[in-house]
Design a protein around this ligand. Structure first.
Ligand code: 13P
Length: 210
C-alpha cells in the first residue's frame, strides 16, 4: 500500500469508528507504520474529521517531520512498535465498554476479560494486561506499556482505555472493535454463571488463526 493509500485508509477507518461511537469528541489516536516512519493522528483532532494531508508524519525515532503536531500519546504508540516488531498499526480508543472494564477493581490485572468468544481470542490473543494509570501524554508510561506489550497485542490503560495493535491498520481496527464487543459481553454477563472457552479451545484457536 502506498503512503497516499494508507493516509486515505486511516481517515476512512477513523471516521467509521467515530460514526459508530467508538470514540467521541477528540478522544483516541491511531498510528500506522510506513517503510520510513509512521503516520499518526494529530493531537486534539477528532477521529471523525481527519484530513489525510494534515496527518502527522514521524520518522523512525518518532520525531515529528511533517503535518500537524502528533498525538500527545506518541510514547504509547512508540512503546508498542518497539515491543512488537510485528505491529503495523496501533489504535487507542476511549470506547465505553473497554474503558469501563479498565475502571473495575475486582478483575485479574493480568487478564481482565475471560475468553468468552472465539473472535476475541483470535483478534486479541491469550491475554490483555491492565497497565497502571498514567496521566494522558505522560512519557513515564512508555516503559510500563513496552513491558506489557512484549507479551500482548492489546492492553487496557487503567481508568483510561484500550490500546490495540495489529499487523496492519485494518487488523488493528478490527481487533479494537472485537475488544469493545468482548468487554460489553463481559459486563453483561458479570454475576451470572458463564461458560468460557476452555484452555484447549483457546490453544486450538491460536494454533489455527495465529
Ligand atoms: P490526543 O488528542 O493528543 O491524541 O489525545 C487524545 C487521547 O485520547 C488521549 O489519551
Amino acid at each position: 500500500m502506498t503512503e497516499a493509500e494508507l493516509r486515505g485508509q486511516l481517515v476512512e477507518l477513523s471516521a467509521s469508528l467515530f460514526a459508530r461511537g467508538f470514540s467521541v469528541g477528540s478522544a483516541g489516536n491511531i498510528s500506522a507504520r510506513l517503510p520510513d516512519g509512521y503516520l499518526m493522528t494529530p493531537t486534539n483532532s477528532s477521529l471523525g474529521r481527519l484530513d489525510a494531508a494534515r496527518l502527522s508524519k514521524l520518522d523512525d525515532n518518532f520525531t515529528h517531520l511533517a503535518g500537524d503536531k502528533p498525538s500527545k500519546e506518541v510514547f504509547m504508540h512508540r512503546a508498542f512498535y518497539r515491543a512488537r516488531p510485528d505491529a503495523g498499526a496501533v489504535v487507542h480508543l476511549h470506547s465505553t465498554m473497554a474503558t469501563a472494564v479498565a475502571c473495575l477493581e475486582d478483575v485479574d490485572p493480568a487478564n481482565p476479560i475471560p475468553p468468552l468468544t472465539p473472535y476475541f481470542v483470535m483478534r486479541i490473543g491469550r491475554s490483555m494486561p491492565v497497565v497502571p494509570y498514567y496521566r494522558p501524554g505522560d512519557a513515564a508510561m512508555e516503559p510500563a506499556i513496552h513491558a506489557a506489550a512484549k507479551g500482548a497485542r492489546a492492553i487496557l490503560l487503567a481508568n483510561h482505555g484500550p490500546v490495540v495493535s495489529g499487523a496492519n491498520l485494518r487488523d488493528a481496527v478490527h481487533a479494537a472493535e472485537e475488544l469493545e464487543e468482548a468487554a460489553k459481553l463481559y459486563l453483561l454477563l458479570r454475576g451470572q454463571a458463564t461458560r468460557t472457552l476452555t484452555a484447549l479451545q483457546v490453544e486450538d484457536l491460536l494454533r489455527t488463526f495465529g
